[in-house]
Ligand binder design. Structure first.
Ligand code: SF4
Ligand code: SF4
Ligand code: SF4
Length: 249
């Protein structure tokens, strides 16, 4: 009997599910080991008999709560995929202003015409509603990390996220530091695992994989001071993906 996997989307852009589909050749190999019984982006079947559920997107409406509770009840293992599901992600930016104001910004004066106007609640990650066994951070999640998790589950092995900052991968990739290009980078306090993809492509780190455990904020402060920046400058940037941490304190 192959383990049954199911994928569900909540509030998000569904880019994390797309990452799974982007595998192409690896997906064919994966399908030899598991059965995918529910995956709206890919198949029409809607099987309710699954052991491992992957959640894409965060919880931002009242009606999503019983739905995630039902999935939790069925799944032996629940995995939050991506920043929206694991950290709250960009959805949580709406929590910083009255809900009516957010709705007006998005929908203009027609906001009241939408049924979800009455359904919306402050955004939160999945673990704020039901227990979660594993999280795959990132916007989108790293599909190779997804594959590593699935392999670990199939083999009954431990799965752990890297617990060192993006700077380590960035230095190994031989990048010029974004601070030396006059930009603010969140790499010193952000969990690695993305191979510093943004910096290697000429950008900087926005912290989409969340804080590394015990972040070395002193070292980040030192770097900031060296470049004439303050902790406030960096916190404003960190808010993009990690504001749930801030509002839930
Ligand atoms: S984490 Fe990013 S890619 Fe994934 S659903 Fe959210 S916004 Fe989309
Ligand atoms: S601060 Fe950013 S650009 Fe500089 S080394 Fe760290 S991750 Fe790389
Ligand atoms: S470099 Fe930073 S923003 Fe880019 S994927 Fe990695 S953690 Fe996310």
């Amino acid at each position: 009997m192959k383990p049954k996997l199911a994928f569900f989307d909540f509030t998000g852009c569904e880019g994390c599910e797309l990452e799974v589909l982007n595998f192409e050749t690896e997906l064919v190999e994966l399908l030899k080991q598991v059965d995918i019984v529910n995956f709206r982006e890919a198949i029409t079947e809607k099987g309710e008999d699954y052991e491992i559920a992957f959640i894409d997107g965060g919880i931002t409406s009242e009606s999503e709560i019983p739905r995630i509770e039902g999935i939790r009840k069925q799944a032996k293992i629940l995995v939050a995929m991506g920043a929206c599901a694991s950290l709250g992600g960009v959805n949580c930016l709406k929590n910083f202003r009255p809900m009516e104001e957010s709705l007006k910004i998005v929908c203009g004066d027609t906001a009241c015409d939408y049924t979800w106007y009455y359904d919306t609640i402050p955004a939160r990650p999945v673990k704020a509603v039901v227990p979660v066994e594993y999280e795959l951070p990132g916007c989108p999640m790293n599909r190779y990390e997804f594959l590593r998790l699935v392999k670990s589950l199939l083999l009954g092995k431990r799965f752990e996220l890297p617990n060192y900052p993006v700077c380590v991968e960035c230095k190994l990739a031989g990048n010029v530091c974004a601070f030396d290009r006059g930009e603010i980078c969140l790499g010193p306090v952000t969990r690695a695992g993305c191979n510093a993809i943004c910096i290697s492509n000429g950008r900087r780190c926005w912290g989409c994989r969340g804080l590394v455990d015990d972040p070395n904020t002193d070292s980040e402060k030192e770097i900031l001071q060296k470049h004439g920046l303050t902790v406030g400058d960096i916190l404003r940037q960190f808010r993009i993906f990690n504001s749930y941490l801030e509002v839930s304190k």
